[in-house]
Design a protein around this ligand. Structure first.
Ligand SMILES: Cc1cc2nc3c(=O)[nH]c(=O)nc-3n(C[C@H](O)[C@H](O)[C@H](O)COP(=O)(O)OP(=O)(O)OC[C@H]3O[C@@H](n4cnc5c(N)ncnc54)[C@H](O)[C@@H]3O)c2cc1C
Length: 303
């Protein structure tokens, strides 16, 4: 099997690195930001390339630079987190390498030494297994899909790759879509659904989230109703999350929602309908009004 390469030049994705280390059996190269080399080794990279570069203003030029290096490395499978910048970079890189690229995968496995990539298809109504036929296979994976687990490589080799942009484009700024830590990295998530019923209800959940040091999540219908912004949407058409604790208030438990949070550690569901499907999935279920429970948690001093 040829070498697997994880590209994280802008920010290290420890979950993706862990999964790639498992799949590649340790034959894993990782391109990571300067200063993250040791951490990449802890998550299983056996050959670490740290990128010495200032701000990268133009992904097109950077893609050409990367393609030249990847050809020299001989990597046969290339994975990257589906972040905004990598979603922009990977198609250009695929063009340079004449490689097939599968975007937004939710699972990866190997068959006969080739990568089998699973992703939602046909408006998320089915999950498709995709095997690209090109010599080099490429895939992006939603951040938060894989839980990070440390599996240190025995004695990883570390080298530095220096990139100096030609300077035709100057990057004036790069602002994140939402404030604070991304939902995909939250250890606790307080999520609300249509049962929460209003923006005011979500404001209460946000106070609870702040109290618990948690991120705020929402179902698609709650987002569509304007109760919460899209950046909170969890599920097939939103963010994929794997927190240690997922508190679901007034969420019925549709498959499209579960698809985005099934990697959660412990799930606690509050719903007034004892037959709500979320109870089939939750570790702990509370049958009752979400607001009564949220108020009790807000009043609790020992949280
Ligand atoms: C192609 C496609 C993609 C989709 N992608 C997503 C996605 O990414 N994420 C997503 O979430 N959905 C997605 N959906 C929508 C999904 O099918 C469901 O419609 C949606 O998840 C339901 O949201 P909900 O649970 O908030 O609302 P509902 O299904 O309306 O459930 C509300 C729940 O609140 C309970 N409730 C009501 N009042 C209270 C109260 N006072 N206290 C406690 N409980 C109460 C009710 O008993 C009910 O179970 C998608 C659908 C399609 C077709």
């Amino acid at each position: 099997m040829s070498e697997m390469l994880v590209l994280c030049p802008f920010a290290l994705d420890s979950g993706l690195l862990s999964e790639a280390a498992r799949l590649s059996g340790g034959n894993l190269r990782a391109l990571v930001p300067e200063g993250k080399g040791v951490m990449a080794g802890e998550y299983g990279a056996s050959h670490i390339v740290t990128l010495a570069a200032g701000e990268i203003p133009e992904e097109g030029e950077f893609a050409a630079f990367l393609a030249e290096n990847i050809r020299a490395w001989g990597s046969g499978m290339i994975l990257a987190p589906a972040t905004v910048r990598m979603r922009n970079l990977m198609p250009m890189l695929a063009w340079h390498l004449k490689a097939g690229l599968t975007a937004d995968c939710s699972a990866l496995r190997l068959e006969d030494g080739r990568l089998l990539q699973t992703r939602p298809a046909f408006g998320n109504s089915l999950m498709a297994d995709i095997r690209t036929l090109s010599d080099i296979q490429m895939a992006t994976v939603r951040p938060g899909t894989f839980r990070p687990s440390k599996c240190p490589a025995p004695s990883p080799a570390i080298e530095t790759l220096t990139y100096v942009p030609a300077g035709r484009v100057k990057l004036l700024g790069f602002a994140p879509f939402s404030e604070g830590k991304p939902l995909s990295q939250a250890e606790i998530i307080v999520a609300g659904g249509m049962g929460v019923g209003s923006r005011e209800g979500f404001a209460k959940l946000e106070r609870l989230a702040q109290k618990l040091g948690a991120g705020l999540g929402a179902s698609r219908t709650a987002v569509a109703a304007g109760f919460a912004p899209y950046s909170c949407q969890v599920g097939m058409t939103g963010v994929t999350v794997c927190p240690k604790l997922y508190l679901a208030f007034g969420i019925s438990g549709a498959v499209q929602h579960l698809a985005g949070m099934s990697g959660s550690g412990t799930v606690v569901a509050v719903n007034q309908d004892p037959k709500a499907p979320i109870f089939d999935y939750a570790d702990y279920g509370i049958v009752g009004d979400w607001e009564v429970i949220a108020d009790q948690l807000l009043e609790e001093e020992n949280l």
